[in-house]
Design a protein around this ligand. Structure first.
Ligand code: NAP
Length: 468
């Protein structure tokens, strides 16, 4: 893809630590897109017949390249969306682990599954369906792609990827990594197209399945378009995870886990602890301990290893989060700490603590995609569970407590796709990821994820003399 001096394209690298435009990319022409779709479709005809062992070799090669280049790829994340370099390197290592995991386990996940039947025998055969369109957000530029690509490519599908417009270099380098790893042309291809072009792609008959990770608004229009064309879709959307602190929790550990967890990726994580729910009798202590942590957070250059809080992903994002905090305060919330821009160039804002958020206000119901810790005080466990569930979102969540059986009992009552005990919602190659309610449907990773875009075909064998 040619790199050009500024045009009107929104596909560009803008360093959030400086707000300077670094590189701009052309939107692909209709002919270019047609060529990519034809290649992906053509490649599928071979890839679906390629033995698991050869698919696994490709994924292991991708993993090895990512591991070797983790420092450089981590820096690219920092350049394009601002995350701490150490977080970027960690993300790339995780991606390598995910590629290895699906290379090692994909065949087993996709092995024929015998079914019990009264007559003859029957089994399910898991067969790839074709070219998948994957639309991904910027917040984990490599991980989001990997979660979608590794299981699905191992399953024998091919993929075209539309990444967020602000991480084009990460998008382009991922395609190059596949090529360098030995992928036949068309197995994995990057598309430089704006969000507005996606509906046209969904309608293309060569695209057989579609997935989007991003905002609720984008997900709703994406799924509507997929429905119109009877295409299988999965959605990984926003979240407003509750972090429920039970009476028997180690308070210091809970505060540290929640407060620092909220700053991971500058708070721009779909499964960040966005609503902290504590019992009223410890709320004051919790808030003052969280404040003490935030007062000592080092904000600065995301490439500096001593920095703890990086800029937000863009100037627009910083302005939007500050606006959300200001609206919360206007609607009656108390600003305990932060809430302002940092006096330096770039999309920086202070770590922030809000309390006293009331039902019916914007901050109560909206996702805040930045370093804002919202603390709610409740009278008992029942109220904590009710508050945790009083949201349209259902992505992740945390229960903090020393009595594991009790914490698990509370976790069962939280209406989300994932609940972690004594940890903020995390990620591991072998675990499923996904939500319920307005956080989307379907799963990525694990057995559930690798089965999303395969045809679970029934094959039944009966003998010629079978009665029916
Ligand atoms: P976004 O605006 O929805 O963008 C996500 C992706 O969708 C981008 O590639 C974007 O392209 C594209 N897009 C935007 N509008 C579209 C449309 N109408 N049709 C098709 N594609 C469209 O998301 P964001 O606000 O940047 O990202 C943050 C959101 O993602 C948060 O809500 C966060 O919680 C959620 N998220 C969820 C998960 C999860 O696994 N559940 C993980 C990470 C993030 P352009 O960049 O070109 O607009």
């Amino acid at each position: 893809m040619s790199v050009k001096t500024p045009t009107t394209s929104s596909i560009k690298t803008v360093n959030p630590a400086t707000n300077q435009v670094e590189k701009q990319f052309d939107v692909m022409s209709e002919e270019h897109i047609e060529h990519i779709l034809a290649s992906a479709h053509g490649a599928f005809q071979q890839w679906k017949k390629t033995p698991f062992g050869r698919r696994a070799t490709l994924l292991h090669n991708v993993a090895a390249i990512m591991r070797d280049r983790r420092d450089e790829l981590g820096k690219l994340c920092t350049l394009e969306m601002g995350k701490l370099h150490a977080e970027g390197v960690g993300e790339v290592q995780l991606c390598a682990d995910i590629f290895d995991y699906y290379a090692d386990h994909g065949e087993q996940f996709l092995a024929d599954k015998p079914l019990e039947t009264a007559i003859g025998s029957a089994f399910l055969s898991y067969q790839p369906i074709g070219v998948l369109l994957s639309v991904q957000p910027w917040n984990f530029p490599f991980y989001q792609i990997t979660r979608s690509a590794a299981p699905n490519i191992m399953a024998g599908n091919t993929m075209v990827l539309k990444h967020a417009s602000n991480v084009p270099q990460c998008a382009a380098i991922m395609e190059q990594i596949f090529i360098d790893a030995g992928a036949p042309i068309g197995i994995y291809t990057n598309l430089f197209v704006p969000g507005a072009k996606v509906s046209q792609l969904i309608g293309d008959t060569r695209i057989k399945g579609v997935s989007l990770t991003g905002s609720e608004a984008a997900g709703a229009s994406f799924a509507a378009e997929a429905g119109k064309h009877v295409k299988k879709s999965t959605l990984e959307l926003g979240g407003s995870d509750a972090f429920v602190v039970l009476a028997d929790a180690d308070l210091d550990l809970a505060v540290k886990t929640a407060a620092l967890g909220r700053l991971w990726n500058a708070g721009q994580v779909c499964v960040s602890p966005k609503r902290i729910i504590v019992l009223a009798e410890v709320a004051e202590a919790f808030i003052s301990k969280a404040r003490a942590i935030y007062e000592n957070i080092r904000i600065g250059d995301p490439l500096d290893p001593s920095t703890q809080l990086a800029p937000l992903s863009s100037e627009k994002a910083a302005q939007e989060i500050i606006q959300q905090v200001e609206t919360a305060v206007k609607q009656g919330a108390k600003l305990v700490y932060g809430g302002h821009r940092v006096d330096r160039p770039g999309a920086y804002m202070e770590p922030t603590i809000l309390t006293g958020i009331k039902p019916g206000t914007a901050a109560y119901s909206e996702e805040i995609f930045g370093p804002v810790l919202c603390v709610y005080a409740v009278k008992d466990e029942a109220e904590a569970i009710a508050l945790a569930n009083d949201t349209v979102f259902g992505l992740g969540g945390t229960v903090f407590g020393t009595d594991t059986a009790k914490a698990v009992a509370v976790a069962r009552q939280i209406d989300t796709g994932m609940v972690y005990i004594n940890h903020t919602t995390g990620i591991a190659a072998e675990l499923p990821f996904g939500g319920t309610k307005n956080s989307g449907y379907g799963r990525e990773q694990s057995l559930a994820g690798i089965h999303e875009f395969v045809n679970e075909k029934l094959i039944r064998i009966t003998t010629p003399d079978a009665p029916y």
